[in-house]
Structure formats: C-alpha cells, structure tokens
Write a protein that binds this ligand. Structure first.
Ligand code: TXA
Ligand code: MG
Length: 329
C-alpha cells in the first residue's frame, strides 16, 4: 500500500540531492537509491554504497517525458510512442545520451537509460528536485531488491541517512527495459509491462537481444539472490525433496504458489499469491523472509509459463543461479 510522505520530508530529500547526498525513495517497481544525475561525485557515492562495479550504468529518473531532451538525443518515433503510452510507469527506455550526461551515470557508454516513475512519492521528489535522479535498485550489488523502506535500512543501515517511506512498492519487480537506439527496439530486461504490450503499442515486433545489445547488469546470470541456496522445481517435488533434506539434518524453507500444503515437519512454508500481480508484489519480501529463516535451502515452486509470469521466472532463475554465493544490481 502506498503511503504519502509529508511535503517537508520531500523538501528535505530534494535539498539532500542538491547537496550531493544520497536519497532512497519508493517507486512503483522497487525502491531506488538516488543521486543528482548531473553530479558525478554524488553518482559515485551510489556505486560505493551498493558495491556496484562502475561499468554498470544507472537509470536516470525524470518527472516528465518533456525532460527527455535534457538527457537523450536522436529520440526515435518508437521511443516517443512508448514514452507516451507507458509513462509514468514501469518502463525504462535506453536512448542515445545527451553529451551533458556524466560518464559516471552511463558507465562511459554512449547511451542512457531513462524512466518516469509513477509512484506519487517519486513524482513529488522529482518535481521538487527538478533535475534527473540517477538511481539503481536500493540493494547491495547482486542481492534481492528492496520493496519497502525497512528493506532499504536492512541493506544499508545508517550509511544512507535519507530514506523516504512510501509503503510497499506496487509492482514489486524492476521495470521492463527496452533499447530504442537501434532500428528495431530490443527488450533488454523483462518486467511487468510485457513484450506483447510493447509490440501492441509499437504495432511491430521487438527484436531479440544479440551480441551488440548493451550490457544490462540485471541480466547477469547471478542476480536478485538470497544468501541461502535457492532451487526452482515443480510443486509436487517440494515435499519429497524437503523430506530427504530433512533426513540429512537440513532445515528447509519453501515458497509455494498453488494449493500445496507442507507435509514435512519443521518445513518453513510461505504460500505465495496464485496471481502474477500478487506474486510479483510479494516476491522480494518473501525471498527476504525465507532467507532470514536460517535454513539450508529454499525450494521454490516453478511459476507458470504464461506471458505475465515471464519477468517473475526471469528473477527466480537468476536468484537460483546466484544464491548462496557472495557475488552477484
Ligand atoms: O524498476 C527499476 O528499473 C528500478 C527502479 C529504482 O527504477 N531500478 C533498477 O535499477 O532496477 P538497476 O540499476 O538495479 O537496474 C538497471 C538496469 C541495470 O541492469 C543496468 O545495467 C541497465 O539498467 N542500464 C542502465 N543504463 C543502461 C544503458 N545505458 N544501456 C543499457 N542498460 C542500461
Ligand atoms: Mg538492481
């Protein structure tokens, strides 16, 4: 549920951004860790706080599509169409960069990622601040994204002083990213807005990423990962595997989507919503809860194959690939 934030807190946060400090803020997808996108020193603080390599570029958040030309150049008709159709909302467009965008934001690439978030607190902050806010998801590199202010505190403790609490993020997973720098737009990261919706808006198919597609850190194989090893499987295998792990003295946690029930003693069990919107909304909070349960393994029921579940499957596959390891936006 979205909370409102007092105007004085918004004014304080905007002043912090102007002063080159970091501000964590809610968006409709996940929380962002923001800095003034025109201030390279401030942007470098984001990389330091996250432990993120400098060559993984950040998304610049703007209050309104009219600011596009401040950050991008050579904006294609397709990009305008998508901006008009989906902004404000959970879509990020990769465009050719305006020369004023600092290298610190783009990782030195000739492109810039831009998004107009719809969350009322993000909107209020961006309007008050007036400029662009460079912000990755507010989690340490490779870890599970933050969908509440409490998650942001869990990730950064006191090192990020200004955290705006706008309640739990509505969508719950990161924005869909579309590269609009080439003749045919390319989907770089799946999100709540599906390729089908984008193709319908464009009236033309998207191209698949190829070797020339820009690097997207959210597409590293290991990502969005809890510390406890995570395995994806068909629902009817969960109890079976939990039983055999139990017999080896291991504690097991499970995230099930259907009407399955736990049949093994001591199994830590979370029932996830059966609909994609509810599942996505709760996904990262559920992974955090299961990660904190002190278990040796997290068993997750494979989500369905439908279009609206593609982004959820993507996040779970990366969580499974990266879980239990120190490495891993
Ligand atoms: O929903 C979201 O997109 C959230 C909220 C806070 O807006 N942000 C987010 O940021 O997920 P981050 O940094 O965790 O993921 C942004 C992705 C990264 O994978 C990055 O590599 C990619 O966007 N990206 C940024 N600039 C890019 C560019 N110029 N070209 C290609 N990919 C880019
Ligand atoms: Mg991220």
């Amino acid at each position: 549920m979205t909370h409102s934030v007092p105007a004085t807190d918004i004014a304080h946060a905007a002043a912090q951004l102007k002063a080159g400090e970091l501000v964590a803020f809610p968006t409709e997808t996940v929380y962002g860790l923001g800095a003034d996108a025109s201030n390279a020193d401030a942007v470098r603080k984001v990389f330091a706080a996250k432990g993120r390599p400098a060559n993984h570029p950040l998304i610049v958040h703007i209050g309104d599509a009219v600011q596009l030309a401040d950050w991008a150049r050579g904006i294609s008709p397709a990009a305008h169409t998508l901006a008009q159709k989906f902004w404000p909302g959970p879509l990020t467009l990769v465009l050719k960069r305006n020369p004023r965008v600092p290298d610190a934001v783009t990782g030195g690439q000739d492109t810039v990622a831009l998004r107009v978030p719809s969350h009322p607190v993000a909107q209020a902050l961006l309007r008050k601040f007036g400029g662009g806010v460079a912000a990755p998801s507010a989690n340490r590199f490779g870890r599970v994204s933050a969908t509440t202010a409490a998650h942001v505190h869990e990730e950064f403790g006191d090192s990020v002083a200004c955290v705006l609490d706008g309640g739990a993020a509505d969508v719950g997973i990161e924005s869909t990213i579309v590269d609009c720098t080439r003749d045919t737009p390319v989907l770089l990261r799946p999100g709540w807005i599906t390729p089908q919706q984008i193709e319908a808006a464009l009236g033309a198919p998207l191209a698949a990423p190829d070797a020339r597609a820009p690097r997207v850190s959210g597409t590293l194989d290991k990502h969005y990962a809890p510390q406890t090893p995570l395995m994806l499987m068909e629902g009817d295998l969960i109890n079976e595997l939990a039983h055999s792990l139990n017999r080896q003295g291991k504690r097991v946690a499970a995230l099930a989507r259907t009407s399955l029930r736990p049949l093994v003693d001591g199994l830590v069990w979370l029932a996830a919503p059966a609909d994609a919107a509810g599942y996505a909304h709760d996904l990262y909070a559920n992974l955090r809860k299961l990660d904190h349960a002190g278990c040796d393994a997290i068993l997750v029921e494979q989500p369905p194959d439908d279009a609206q579940w593609v982004a959820i499957r993507d996040r779970l596959n990366r969580a499974a690939a990266g879980s239990g390891e120190a490495e891993g936006s």
